[in-house]
Design a protein around this ligand. Structure first.
Ligand SMILES: C[S@@+](CC[C@H](N)C(=O)[O-])C[C@H]1O[C@@H](n2cnc3c(N)ncnc32)[C@H](O)[C@@H]1O
Length: 306
């Protein structure tokens, strides 16, 4: 059974008990998180991994709400809960059945810890958001306190295998790497809870300043959005993605424009990208071509490690 089918089965089984269990955690662990999301969500809202619909009462009355979830049993509870018009779909966060640019806000609460490929899910959120659209995340993450982090790591040995539940993941670097502009990020409860508000930069900002390779198009070693999307099952192979990317997603894509400035391929390229994911920004440093794949990379993080 693949990971997605396993996740569906796990959440179908959990559905009858979910509300009771999560109510306790809502009170004591991610306190106020749903209100935080509801206060920031506007317009056409997509709730990814909507579950039993516990965010629904917090969205503004004038918003249009769509929810998607892998589990029919979780969705059945959400349908009963909804006290407002809401479109609920069964589907996969990494293959959203919606056209590009169809939402103003994408919310994902407590789901990226369990979605088998969170990077692809964030890439899909980017795709379905309008320029200037808002991504809102609430999740538990690896603690900033080493002893707590170690305990989470131990717990995860069991939970990942049993239920696909991760405790040491962190979504913020993936959000940055996807090209979002992070406007709010706070860690609570010994750094185990994180709330993130991030925007898809709109056209006016294209090419300015830091970050989004997707927007500046100056991604040394390849365009980061192309890379991200090439890894997503919904985007096909890399050349096709780069073509589509140039044509529609960000027309100033310059994938490969200065590949020689930074290692893009092979093991060295992988290391470099892993370092960028880790720091959540662009890494700069020296690359000794003479040593090829075995080069020692000296990385100077240009962004604060948070
Ligand atoms: C912990 S629950 C969170 C539910 C809800 N967002 C909340 O805040 O209570 C995780 C949800 O993610 C859903 N999920 C897991 N993998 C998914 C995927 N690939 N696509 C869509 N939903 C997924 C599960 O079915 C489950 O309903």
């Amino acid at each position: 059974m693949d990971e997605t089918a396993k996740a569906r089965r796990v959440w179908d089984q959990a559905a009858p008990r979910y509300d009771r269990q999560i109510a306790f955690l809502e009170k004591h662990w991610f306190t106020g998180g749903r209100e935080w999301l509801g206060a920031r969500a506007t317009g056409r809202i997509l709730d990814v991994g909507v579950g039993t619909g516990r965010n629904l009462p917090h969205y503004p009355a004038d918003a249009t709400v769509t929810g998607i979830d892998l589990s029919p049993a979780m969705l059945a509870v959400a349908r009963r809960r909804a006290r407002r018009p809401v479109e609920l779909h069964e589907g996969d966060a990494t293959r959203l059945p919606f056209p590009d640019g169809s939402f103003d806000t994408v919310v994902c609460a407590l789901s990226l810890c369990t979605i088998p490929d969170p990077r692809a899910a964030i890439g899909e959120a980017w795709r379905v958001l309008v320029p200037g659209g808002r991504l809102l995340l609430l999740d538990h993450i690896g603690s900033s306190w080493p002893p707590v982090h170690a305990a989470q790591w131990l717990v995860e040995r069991v939970t990942v295998r049993a239920a696909g539940e991760h405790f040491t993941r962190r979504q913020l670097p993936l959000v940055r790497a996807a090209g979002f502009e992070v406007v709010e990020a706070e860690r609570l409860k010994a750094g185990t809870i994180e709330r993130v508000q991030a925007l898809v930069p709109d056209g006016d900002q294209a090419g300015i300043g830091r970050g989004p390779a997707a927007v500046t198009g100056r991604a040394r070693g390849g365009c980061r959005t192309c890379r991200l999307r090439a890894g997503s099952p919904s985007f096909g192979d890399r050349p096709a993605v780069e073509r589509a990317c140039r044509a529609s997603v960000h027309d100033r894509c310059e994938a490969g424009a200065d590949d020689d400035a930074k290692p893009a391929r092979g093991r060295t390229g992988k290391l470099w990208r892993a370092a960028e994911d880790l720091i959540g920004g662009e890494a700069q440093g020296g690359f000794l071509p003479a040593y090829g794949e075995r080069a020692v990379i000296v990385l100077i993080a240009v962004r604060e490690f948070r």
